[in-house]
Design a protein around this ligand. Structure first.
Ligand SMILES: [Zn+2]
Length: 425
């Protein structure tokens, strides 16, 4: 049976102009056609879903999340504490987070390191229909070194140990590999070039992508990762022309994670009981208040033990990070954005990009087509095109005129299955 999903405007995610009075035709979980209703017509007997003045767009793709983590619950450093809880506890928290992800319009997400193969278990449980959630791509264990990023229970040092760790992850069902490389000194990273290279080699040998957590400042870790051939880099926006050139030469993408930088100790109290738009509005208000009425030096610095207040983090983002981000985008570096566990807030991330200078179309593509490319699933999702999975959402209003409509998700379809009836709780 054909399902015809129509509305006043469709953004197909390819970068083409919006389709006026358009329709997406779906059969057996796949898109069979997209275009103007006047051109395609609606097949006899089709089920028609008329979304009126909504904007239809591809289901969003989040290339960087951790499904069991809620940053505000335990603070930045507390994230690792959460990963030491019992597996059932972590799984239950994930089930709640996955609803927020889904309700915010995410239909595919990349889970970028969990413990005890919990991501694989939840990926399978979603596929089996036990819990609702986006389609999941899993890293399993992050590959990290002694005296490196830190991990709940493992560290891998030396070429052969890393080779084994990557193979073990793949054996357990990892969809991609994540390596964590830190700058230890301005000239030394936590992994050697050879150690990073072997992880790249083993991931690529299995036909999988590898993404790296690295730092752009001072940038030794970033340079080593790019030269070793990783497919994408998490967090690190290029901070110099040299780094931009290296990103371009190696055709590597970066995954920026803005919203997590604005987390506070009490996020999850403020968000409690709110729907997706309510949560996005809380986030906008926190940042607006911080910009307009800087708080007194507060206990956030102690909480994060980073010596950086929320006020300083917001100021640094506005003054330093956003201009670098915009420059890299303008120069043509491949990019996308990830929530890094700020579940339910992808609308905040997308809306902010427009407030900071991108066009609505650029911001939308960053979380659809470009995100799917970074995750290596662009053959299958990320745009509304013939043959792709029917991952389709709609938002209330004209997204090209009002980017914050992205927080008002109405219709949610994942591979032909409607999921908008699911609640956030
Ligand atoms: Zn992360």
């Amino acid at each position: 049976m054909t399902v015809a999903i129509k509305s006043r405007q469709i953004i197909d995610g390819t970068g083409a102009s919006p389709i006026r009075d358009g329709v997406v035709l779906v059969e057996n979980g796949r898109i069979v056609d997209v275009g103007r209703e006047a051109d395609l017509g609606i097949p006899d007997g089709a089920e028609v879903v008329d979304l009126g003045d909504d904007t239809i767009l591809p289901g969003l793709v989040d290339p960087h999340t951790h499904m069991t983590i809620n940053p505000g619950k335990r603070g930045l450093l507390g994230q690792l504490e959460g990963l030491r809880e019992l597996d059932a506890q972590q799984g239950a928290r994930a089930a709640s987070n996955l609803r927020l992800d889904l309700k915010s319009g995410i239909t595919t997400q990349r889970v970028i390191a969990e413990v005890n193969w919990n991501d694989i278990g939840l990926r399978n449980a979603i596929e089996d229909g036990w819990v609702p959630g986006p389609r999941m791509l899993c890293a399993t264990r992050g590959i990290t070194s002694s005296h490196g990023h830190g991990a709940p229970s493992w560290m891998f040092d030396g070429v052969e140990n890393i080779r084994k760790a990557v193979r073990d992850n793949l054996q357990m069902g990892a969809d991609f590999i994540k390596i964590l490389v830190l700058d230890r000194t301005p000239t030394m990273a936590s992994y050697s070039f050879e150690e990073i290279q072997v992880a790249v080699e083993e991931a690529h040998r299995a036909g999988r992508l590898i993404t790296a957590h690295a730092g752009a400042n001072p940038g030794t870790s970033l340079r080593l990762c790019l030269e070793a051939g990783v497919d994408s880099v998490e967090h690190a926006i290029p901070v110099s022309d040299e780094q931009i050139d290296l990103y371009l030469e190696t055709d590597t993408a970066f995954v920026r994670t803005f919203t997590i930088g604005f987390q506070t100790a009490t996020d999850w109290d403020w968000f409690a009981g709110k729907d997706i738009e309510g949560r996005v509005n809380v986030m906008r208000q926190i940042v607006k208040d911080t910009v307009e009425n800087p708080p007194e030096p507060n206990d956030f610095a102690d909480y994060y033990k980073l010596g950086v207040t929320l006020q300083e983090r917001v100021k640094n983002t506005y003054d330093v990070v956003v201009p670098m981000f915009n420059k890299a985008v303008e120069k043509g570096v491949r990019w996308t954005v990830g929530m890094d566990s700020m579940h339910g807030l992808i609308g905040y991330e997308i809306g902010s990009l427009v407030e900071w200078g991108l066009s609505p179309m650029e911001a939308i593509m960053g979380s659809t087509k470009q995100a799917a490319e970074v995750c290596g699933v662009d053959d299958d999702c990320g745009t509304l095109e013939k043959g792709k999975r029917a991952d389709i959402i709609s938002v209330d209003g004209d997204l090209m005129e009002d980017i914050w409509a992205i927080a008002r998700v109405n219709f949610i379809m994942k591979e032909g299955e409607r999921l908008d009836h699911i609640s956030v709780f």
